[in-house]
Design a protein. Structure first.
Lengths: 324, 336
C-alpha cells in the first residue's frame, strides 16, 4: 500500500454556467519516503491536483487515500490530524508568508493551532526547524522582507516540516530561485527525504530538476496523465509524443555543446484551454504523429513495460520499432 | 556587410568580425542614488558585432537588465549612467542628445521583455499598437494595415487578420510575445535586445519563439543581445557569452569554450548548479550564500565570500580583467 493513492480523481471549476474539468480522471501514487514528480505545461491541471489532495479545492469524483484512509470521510478532528501529516510548499515563498509576522511566529503558529507543546517547547522546535533547514536560529526574530528568496524558501520548507509530515507537496518550489540557490534548496529537499523520511510530490515544469529530484514521474496533459514511469527511463526514452516533445524543447547544455544543436520545437501551437472539447486523443491537434484513430478514439493509459504506462494509440508500435 | 566570416548553426547568422562591432559598451557604470548609492552596474563592458547573437548571463541582481536598459538610457530615475561609453554605429549613446536617442529607440535598437502581457496596452487592439510603432518612426504613410499584417505573418501568427483586431487578453502568452516581436521588428532594427524573452513561457512555446528569433535574425541580418539567467538557453542560441556578477562581466568568450572550459570560479559554480536532463552526472552543487545586494558589494573581488578558491588577496584586491586565447576574458586572481 502506498502512502498516497489517488484514483480516478476529477476536479472541476465552474465557468459560464458550465463545468470545466481541470483534473480529468487521474491515478497517481506516492510511496513512503519516495520522491515523485508531476510535470506538464501551465494549465495542465497539476496545481489543481495538488490542491485537491490537501482539500483546498473540492473533489468532484474519485478517491484520494492517505495511509489507506479515504479523505472524503474525514471531518473535524480527523481532518485536522490528516493535515498534520501532509503539508505544502509553494512557488513564491514571499506570497505565502505573512509580511507582518516574524519568521519565528509563522513557524510557531502551526504548533499552536494544533495544540502541540507549551511555549518553551514550541520555541525550541522553531530553533530546531531553522537549524535543520540551514538557517541561523537568530532568523526567528526577522521579518520575511529581511530575507533573500532562497532564505524565504527555506522558511517555507521549515514551516511545512513543523508538524513532522510524512508527505510534502511542493508546487514549483524552486522555479523562482536563482540557479546557485536552487541547487541548495534541492539538496535540502533530498536530505530531508533521507534523514526525516519525508515523501515528496514534486510539481514542476523543469524536466531536468525533476530528473534530478525524483525517482518516478508522471507527465500530465490537459488534466490527464499521458505517461508515467521511472524518471531516468522516461526522459531517456519517452514513449508518449508529448513527453518526447517536452524533452526535445528543453534547452540543454550537454546537447548544445555536443551537437551545436538547439532545442527543437516539435510541437506547433500551445496547449488548448482546459475545457476545450477535443474528440479522440486530447493531444492529437498538436501531435506530429496523429492518425485517423487519434482523432476519433481516446486512448487508454496502458502498461507498455512493467514500470511504464502511456496513453497513446501509437505507443506500442513506436516502442517496438525503436527496439530493433 | 555581406562578407561572411563565420557561419554558426547555433547562432544562425552570418557575422562580420573584421569590422568595428555594431555595439561596444565600455566601462559602463549605473548608479541608483539612495542613502547609500546602489551601484547596479560597475564597469561592465561587452561588444556585439553586426548580425551576431551575444548573451549576458547572470543571476538576479547581477546588473544584466540594468545594463541592457542603459544602452538607450532607459534606466528610470533615480538611476543614471555615471560613467562609461555606449558606442553604437560610431555614436556614443550615453551622450547623444535626447531627441536623437528617441529616434534610435525602436528603429535601430529595440527591445522585447519577459512579460509580454505587461508590455502591451490592454485597452488597444494588437494591430493598432504595432501600427503606432511604425507611425512614430515613419509617419502616417509608413503604417498601413497591410504592413502590420505582413509583420504578423513574418512572426508566425497563425491568423494575422484576427490577431490585428484582437485585444492582448484574447491572445495566449506565446502569441503576445510574437506581437511584441512584430512590434520590435517593425522598423527593422539592427540590434534586438531580448531580456528574458521566454522565461514566462512554457518550454514547447519557448522553443518555438527561439526558433522564430533565429530565423528572423538570419533573414533580417539583425544582431541580438540576449539577457538571461538560463545557461542552457545561452548554450543553445548565443555565439558569445558574457557572465555577469555583481555589476560587471567576470568572464567572456565564445559560448562553447566558456561552457566547456570555464575559467572563473563563478562560471564553474553556475555550471555545477544546473541540473542536466541528459547524462548521468547527478550531483548538484549550489554556490553557498547568495548574490550580494548592489548596495553592499563586498570589497576586493565581489565574489570572494562565496568563492571556493578565494585566497587572502581576493578580499583586498579587485582583480583586473585578463585576456587569453582568442576573445577570452576573466577577472580572477587564481583562474590559472
Amino acid at each position: 500500500m502506498s502512502l498516497l493513492e489517488i484514483e480516478q480523481l476529477r476536479v472541476q471549476y465552474q465557468a459560464d454556467r458550465r463545468m470545466i474539468p481541470a483534473v480529468d480522471g487521474v491515478d497517481l501514487t506516492v510511496g513512503a519516503a519516495e520522491s515523485v514528480g508531476l510535470v506538464g505545461e501551465s494549465g495542465c491541471g497539476k496545481s489543481s491536483l495538488a490542491a485537491a489532495v490537501v482539500r483546498l479545492v473540492p473533489v468532484a469524483s474519485g478517491t484520494v487515500r492517505f495511509d489507506g484512509q479515504p479523505l472524503e470521510q474525514l471531518r473535524g478532528g480527523a481532518l485536522r490530524r490528516f493535515r498534520r501529516r501532509v503539508q505544502m510548499v509553494f512557488q513564491d515563498p514571499y506570497g505565502s508568508l505573512n509580511p507582518r509576522m516574524t519568521i519565528g511566529a509563522a513557524l510557531e503558529e502551526a504548533l499552536a493551532v494544533h495544540g502541540l507543546g507549551a511555549r518553551p517547547q514550541r520555541l525550541e522546535r522553531v530553533a530546531e526547524l531553522l537549524q535543520c533547514t540551514g538557517l541561523d536560529p537568530g532568523y526567528a526574530g526577522r521579518y520575511p522582507h529581511e530575507l533573500s528568496g532562497g532564505q524565504r524558501q527555506r522558511v517555507g520548507i521549515a514551516r511545512a516540516l513543523t508538524l513532522r509530515p510524512q508527505l510534502i507537496i511542493a508546487d514549483e518550489p524552486v522555479s523562482a530561485l536563482d540557479v546557485s540557490v536552487q541547487a541548495q534548496i534541492l539538496g535540502l529537499m533530498s536530505e530531508l527525504q533521507r534523514s526525516a523520511g519525508v515523501a515528496w510530490l514534486f510539481i514542476a515544469h523543469d524536466l531536468a530538476v525533476v530528473k534530478h529530484m525524483c525517482s518516478r514521474v508522471y507527465v500530465m496533459y490537459l488534466g490527464r496523465i499521458v505517461e508515467s514511469g521511472l524518471t531516468t527511463a522516461v526522459f531517456r526514452r519517452p514513449a508518449h509524443p508529448y513527453t518526447e516533445a517536452l524533452a526535445a524543447a528543453a534547452p540543454d547544455i550537454d546537447r548544445a555543446l555536443a551537437a551545436g544543436g538547439a532545442a527543437v520545437p516539435l510541437l506547433r501551437g500551445e496547449p488548448p484551454a482546459s475545457g476545450t472539447l477535443i474528440t479522440g486523443c486530447p493531444f492529437h491537434p498538436r501531435c506530429p504523429y496523429a492518425r485517423e484513430i487519434c482523432r476519433n478514439v481516446p486512448p487508454a493509459l496502458e502498461n507498455l513495460t512493467e514500470d511504464r504506462r502511456c496513453s497513446c494509440h501509437l505507443a506500442r508500435e513506436r516502442w517496438d520499432a525503436a527496439d530493433v | 556587410m555581406d562578407k561572411i566570416m563565420e557561419q554558426s548553426p547555433a547562432c544562425g547568422g552570418a557575422v562580420d568580425l573584421s569590422a568595428t562591432p555594431l555595439l561596444s559598451v565600455e566601462d559602463l557604470h549605473v548608479e541608483f542614488s539612495a542613502a547609500a548609492p546602489i551601484r547596479a552596474v560597475r564597469g561592465a563592458g561587452f561588444t556585439v558585432a553586426a548580425g551576431e547573437t551575444v548573451a549576458l548571463v547572470g543571476e538576479s541582481g547581477s546588473g544584466k537588465s540594468v545594463s541592457a536598459l542603459a544602452l538607450t538610457r532607459l534606466v528610470a530615475a533615480p538611476g543614471r549612467i555615471t560613467a562609461g561609453r555606449v558606442m553604437f554605429d560610431g555614436q556614443d549613446l550615453a551622450r547623444l542628445p535626447q531627441a536623437e536617442l528617441v529616434r534610435l529607440r525602436g528603429s535601430a535598437i529595440s527591445y522585447i521583455f519577459q512579460e509580454p502581457a505587461t508590455s502591451l496596452n490592454p485597452v488597444f487592439r494588437a494591430g493598432y499598437q504595432v501600427r503606432e510603432a511604425l507611425r512614430l518612426h515613419r509617419g502616417r504613410r509608413g503604417a498601413g494595415r497591410e504592413m502590420v499584417e505582413e509583420l504578423f505573418r513574418l512572426v508566425g501568427l497563425a491568423d494575422p487578420r484576427r490577431c490585428l483586431r484582437a485585444y492582448p487578453h484574447e491572445l495566449s502568452g506565446g502569441m503576445q510575445q510574437r506581437v511584441m516581436i512584430a512590434m520590435a521588428l517593425a522598423c527593422r532594427p539592427r540590434l534586438l535586445v531580448a531580456d528574458e524573452p521566454t522565461t514566462a513561457l512554457d518550454v514547447t512555446v519557448q522553443a518555438q519563439i527561439l526558433a522564430l528569433l533565429a530565423r528572423l535574425q538570419r533573414e533580417l541580418g539583425m544582431a541580438v543581445l540576449l539577457i538571461t539567467h538560463n545557461l542552457a538557453l545561452v548554450a543553445d542560441v548565443a555565439r558569445r557569452v558574457n557572465v555577469m556578477y555583481a555589476g560587471r562581466v567576470v568572464e567572456a568568450g565564445k559560448t562553447g569554450e566558456v561552457l566547456r572550459h570555464p575559467a572563473h570560479p563563478y562560471t564553474c559554480g553556475l555550471l555545477a548548479a544546473v541540473p542536466r536532463l541528459r547524462g548521468d552526472a547527478d550531483e548538484l552543487h549550489g554556490i553557498p550564500g547568495s548574490v550580494p545586494h548592489p548596495a553592499h558589494i563586498p570589497p576586493g573581488c565581489s565574489f570572494h565570500p562565496r568563492c571556493p578558491r578565494a585566497g587572502p588577496l581576493c578580499a583586498r584586491v579587485d582583480p583586473e580583467p585578463e585576456y587569453f586565447e582568442e576573445g577570452r576574458m576573466v577577472r580572477c586572481h587564481y583562474w590559472k
